[in-house]
Design a protein around this ligand. Structure first.
Ligand SMILES: Cc1cc2nc3c(=O)[nH]c(=O)nc-3n(C[C@H](O)[C@H](O)[C@H](O)COP(=O)(O)OP(=O)(O)OC[C@H]3O[C@@H](n4cnc5c(N)ncnc54)[C@H](O)[C@@H]3O)c2cc1C
Ligand code: FES
Length: 285
């Protein structure tokens, strides 16, 4: 069956999983920075998820998701052998990757680390010296450390509770690295909006090119609906077709955060209803 889940791995039990999905047409064209839009059931919403990896030979793509609400919770109920109803992609502009002097620092936080991994891998394949900077609240919530170690000569880690790496925030590690490195050509930041904003704030005095990957609400993913509208350098952009990557110094993060929270009451209600119906099904089976 198309879009079959071939492998499922729980990365953080109950909250974050990785799926390797049979999707040869997407895998053949997927580039770092691309994403897919999927639907789990016929009356379900469309949600975007980053392509965390792609294997054109095996015809598979890897997606990693954090269970946040109804659709990601529904996705989490699927297992190996199940099919994803529809999977559309690759979408979005691919990351601009070419050989750069000095180093490229790829910063990731939370689930954003998985998305950043594909970009870091692309820079590594282009021959760039990639420094991974990743952070989480604690060691057990840190994703893709081994995967990044395989491609980055250096992976710097911070945890809020100090259980692994340096205690503190990724931005502190980034600032230190920028102070001590003779040449940094680009900083890429992928993670929660406040983290990407903080990354841009840290890089600003250094004048380093800073790229962030925006996670605005998306519906069609092809530039028709306007749901993903963001302001970048005072201009309106559609994150699905003009991005999702933009110059981190130019993004209106306040507007992005506001728009991301626009449907919170409806999302909460829908999640509560899903949880009730799911519990109901389990108790009757
Ligand atoms: C280009 C892009 C790539 C992304 N990649 C990943 C990824 O690799 N892994 C991951 O875990 N998450 C990723 N996200 C975020 C993911 O799409 C949302 O977490 C998901 O849609 C939540 O849906 P839900 O029904 O589970 O939760 P809901 O309760 O519906 O929503 C929770 C929050 O998620 C956001 N959200 C809801 N619907 C959408 C939507 N249609 N589009 C975008 N955001 C939405 C809103 O901020 C909302 O408040 C990405 C978003 C974008 C735009
Ligand atoms: S998601 Fe509809 S225009 Fe971008």
């Amino acid at each position: 069956m198309a879009n079959t889940i071939l492998r499922k791995r729980s990365l953080i039990p109950g909250t974050t999983s990785e799926l390797v999905v049979d999707a040869p047409h997407i895998a053949a064209k997927a580039r770092p920075g691309n994403f897919v839009i999927l639907r789990v059931c016929p009356d379900g919403e469309r949600i975007p998820l980053t392509i965390a990896d792609a294997d054109p030979t095996a015809g598979t793509i890897t997606i990693v998701y954090l269970v946040l609400g109804k659709t990601t919770a529904h996705l989490e109920t699927l297992g190996e052998g199940d099919g994803i109803l529809d999977l559309c992609g690759p979408l979005g502009r691919a990351t601009d990757i070419h050989k750069l002097p000095g180093e490229v620092i790829c910063v990731g936080g939370g689930t954003g680390i998985a998305a950043m991994h594909h970009i870091a891998k692309g820079h590594h394949k282009a021959g760039n010296y990639v420094v991974g900077v990743i952070g989480a609240r604690s060691r057990e919530l840190l994703l893709f450390y081994d995967e990044l170690k395989a491609i980055c000569p250096e992976v710097l880690v911070s945890t809020n509770d100090g259980s692994f790496g340096r205690q503190g925030l990724v931005t502190e590690l980034l600032q230190e690295r920028l102070k001590n490195s003779p040449l940094v050509s680009e900083v890429v930041g992928v993670g929660p909006v406040p983290m990407m904003e903080a990354v841009a704030k840290v890089t600003k005095p250094f004048g380093v090119k800073t790229t962030v990957s925006l996670n605005s609400i998306m519906v069609d993913g092809i530039g028709m609906c306007g749901a993903c509208r963001v302001s970048v350098g005072g201009k309106t952009k559609f994150a699905c077709v003009d991005g999702p990557e933009f110059d981190g110094q130019l993004v209106d993060y306040r507007e992005l955060s506001q728009r991301l929270g626009a449907f919170k009451p409806q999302e909460q209600r829908s999640y509560e209803e899903f949880k009730k119906s799911h519990v109901c099904k389990c108790t009757h089976s």
